[in-house]
Design a protein around this ligand. Structure first.
Ligand code: ADP
Ligand code: ADP
Length: 225
């Protein structure tokens, strides 16, 4: 079954077209890498799928429901309750501890603090971060910070995890470690993953690679990896 889909999506930043008719369909539980040259529209496609940007034309469907015609409030609830996010530079809140950062999506979702922190803590051992719970982001290495960001993206059990260059700021060995953990965790909970990357070694972790060129997805270029 299809989890999330873009149909003929176009989006421009002012006069700059970023997407010119992009269509993709991702199955539930599938891990898809979105690749392509810099500036081809990968991040814009991810932002449209995730309900962050609203396409100028075309449709976004999540579980068969139109996302592009939702109100801002509905899209924000969808992102909070059903999606998870990991970005290139972890974007941890520096004033909070690592455990508090991981707990954030649960707190935003209305989970009580003690319960949110208990759930957050359970991710630390799983991601090889035992003992890091009380550190602040400035006290973490790049790889540790990105694992904390991954835990934050997954802690609420999202149906879809959106990862935009999640290893982009890491050396390749650390990046591969983070990808191993991401893929294991996503498979364990059946999470669909949309992964934007320009690194072939990262794309190789996906079930399928979708190539964006010049704001379009060429169906003939879909590669099963
Ligand atoms: P990619 O992720 O493949 O590098 P993007 O989706 O970031 O590509 O960008 C696609 C196009 O849209 C590029 O031409 C980029 O310069 C432009 N673009 C992206 N974000 C913005 C923005 N906030 N304002 C103006 N132009 C943007
Ligand atoms: P990515 O690695 O995701 O493609 P970029 O380095 O292209 O990211 O862009 C980083 C940020 O700058 C993003 O928020 C993007 O939307 C914005 N951006 C990209 N291109 C432009 C542009 N031409 N004008 C304004 N903002 C841009």
């Amino acid at each position: 079954t299809i989890a999330i889909e873009a149909r003929d999506v176009a989006f421009s930043f002012g006069q700059t077209p970023a997407l010119r008719g992009a269509s993709i369909a991702v199955d539930a539980g599938e891990i898809v890498a979105v690749t392509g040259p810099s500036g081809s529209g990968k991040s814009t496609l991810l932002h449209c799928l995730a309900g962050i940007l609203v396409p100028d034309s075309g449709e976004i469907l999540f579980g068969g429901v139109r996302v592009d015609s939702m109100t801002e409030t509905q899209r924000s609830s969808l992102r909070r309750d059903r999606f998870g996010f990991v970005f290139q530079f972890g974007q941890l809140v520096p004033e909070l501890t690592a455990a508090e950062n991981v707990a954030l999506p649960l707190l935003f979702g209305g989970v009580r603090r003690a319960e949110a922190l208990r759930k957050a803590h359970s991710w630390f051992a799983r991601l090889g971060l035992e003992g890091m719970e009380q550190r602040r982001s400035g006290e973490l290495s790049g790889g540790q910070a990105q694992r904390v960001a991954l835990a934050r993206g997954l802690v609420a059990g999202p149906e879809v995890l959106f990862a935009d260059e999640p290893t982009g700021a890491l050396d390749s060995l650390t990046g591969e470690h983070v990808m191993d953990l991401l893929v294991d965790a996503a498979r364990a909970q059946g999470t669909t993953v949309i992964l934007v990357t320009h690194e072939p070694r990262v794309a190789a972790y996906a079930d399928r690679e979708i190539i964006v060129r010049d704001g379009r997805v060429n169906a003939l270029e879909r590669i099963a990896s």
